[in-house]
Design a protein around this ligand. Structure first.
Ligand code: HEC
Ligand code: HEC
Ligand code: HEC
Ligand code: HEC
Length: 109
């Protein structure tokens, strides 16, 4: 019985560690995106459960920051255009928010 308990505790610890690693790869649960129209609070975790494939957004590979290219590399469209195309494009199809103030809810900045 005691042996079983030790095994059980060990297994729980291993799976907790594995979960922590998966969570780290998923990036932050909530991401604040500053904008002159008002800051956007993007619920990354909720979108990860809504959108089956990470690459629907991360079209250049999982977990790459959009701003590492958009507004940086000349071949990439500017960040405003890319974000609006990605976010609003899907929202139009799937009944997500499309009005300015539904996304730009925070302080201007
Ligand atoms: C679905 C969410 C969403 C909606 C709806 C939306 N935006 Fe945005 N907007 C964003 C995101 C995300 C960014 C990128 C912010 C960043 O780069 O940090 C952005 C960026 C911008 C920027 C450039 C950032 C800056 O600081 O200048 C402007 C201007 C802007 N939006 C205006 C608007 C206006 C006007 C509307 C309504 C016609 C609108 N947005 C609707 C999500 C949205
Ligand atoms: C609905 C769109 C969307 C989906 C789906 C999505 N992400 Fe993201 N993710 C973003 C945005 C937007 C950012 C912020 C990028 C930035 O700040 O430039 C981000 C940021 C990240 C970051 C942090 C990148 C950095 O270096 O700052 C990681 C890691 C990440 N995502 C992983 C994932 C993984 C793994 C999945 C799938 C399980 C996923 N994302 C699904 C939109 C999405
Ligand atoms: C490694 C560089 C790189 C990263 C990272 C990247 N992009 Fe892009 N993106 C590009 C390039 C280059 C283009 C233009 C060519 C193409 O469509 O592939 C583009 C095009 C787009 C387009 C099409 C724009 C239009 O007007 O047709 C959208 C939308 C987009 N990116 C959104 C995103 C989002 C959202 C993220 C982060 C989750 C992201 N991108 C990360 C390089 C990148
Ligand atoms: C591939 C589809 C898809 C993409 C891409 C997407 N969203 Fe969404 N989003 C949704 C759906 C679907 C909902 C509505 C869920 C509901 O009402 O049940 C939603 C809801 C939201 C909401 C309302 C609050 C919440 O999370 O429930 C905000 C704000 C939002 N999205 C911001 C964004 C921003 C900012 C981006 C771009 C960085 C983005 N979304 C990209 C599908 C998407």
């Amino acid at each position: 019985m005691k042996k079983f308990l030790i095994l059980f505790v060990a297994m729980t610890m291993v799976s907790a560690a594995a979960l922590a690693v998966i969570a780290a790869d998923n990036g932050p649960a909530e991401i604040k995106l500053p904008a002159s129209m008002g800051e956007i609070t993007f619920n990354h975790a909720a979108h990860q459960t809504r959108v089956a494939d990470c690459q629907t957004c991360h079209h250049q590979g999982e977990g790459t920051a959009c701003r590492s290219c958009h507004d940086v590399k000349p071949e990439a469209p500017d960040a405003k255009k890319a974000f609006h195309a990605s976010c609003k494009g899907c929202h139009k199809e799937q009944n997500g928010p499309t009005k300015c103030k539904e996304c730009h809810t925070g302080p201007k900045g």
